[in-house]
Design a protein. Sequence first.
Length: 244
Amino acid sequence: MHWIRRTAISFLVGILAMMPIDSSFAQSTTTTSSLFDSSTIFSSTTTFSVTTTLQTIKRSTTTTINPESLPQTPVEPPLGTAPGSELFRLMSRLWTDIVSNNPRRADAMMFPELAYEKLKSIAYPADDYVNRLVYLFNLDVGAYHYFLLSNGTPVLLRVVTSPRDAQWIPANACFNKIGYWHLPGVRFVFHWGSTVASVGVLSMISWRGSWYFIHLGQYTATGTKGQIYDFEYGPGVPGPPGSC
C-alpha cells in the first residue's frame, strides 16, 4: 500500500508541476485553499495549494425616465429660432417629415399622450387624443406635403415666431386641469426657386419646459381632408396671439 500512496503523490505533483504559473499572481489579492485533506486521503502530511486571483466585475445600469410620466412644470420653453436652437431643430424635423410625407415619424413630436390624459378635464381624453389630435395631425401632414411639393421642391430658409405671443394657460382654462405654455402660429419660411413663401403651424404647447406640436393645420375636423394653416407669399406674420 505504501508504494501506491507514493505513486499517487508523485503523479499529482507531476500534474501540478506542468501547470503554468503567472508571476502576476504574486502581486494580486489571493486566497489559498487545500485541495486535499491529508488526514482523510493520505497518511503523509504533504498538502497541495493553488493560488487564485479574485476579480470583481462591475455592471452599470441606466434607467430612462419618460418625461410624460413626471409632473408638469411652469418652465417656459426656449423661444429662439436661430439655427441650432431647440425650436429650430424641432421645426426642421417636422419640415423633413412633411416633405418626405412621413406622418408616423412626425407623430413622435406631438404632445405626449399620457401627458394629454393628465392635462385634460374632458371625458375619454385618450380617445380624443387618438381619434381627433393624431388623426387630424396625420391628415394635415399629408396636406402640407402635397401643397408644398405642388410648385417644385421647397427649401426651408428659416423659422419665424413671435416670443411675445407665448402665453401661460392656467389650470381650469380651456377644459384643462393643468397649466401649460401655448405658442401659436410659428412659421416655416421657404422658397420655391426664386419665390419666397411661408406657412404656419397652428399650435404648440409645453410639457416640462419643452415644446410639442398639438395642432398643425386645424383644431377640429372639417371633413376628411387635411388643412393648411395661413399660407402667404413672403415671410408672413407669426401668430396671432390668443387661443389655447
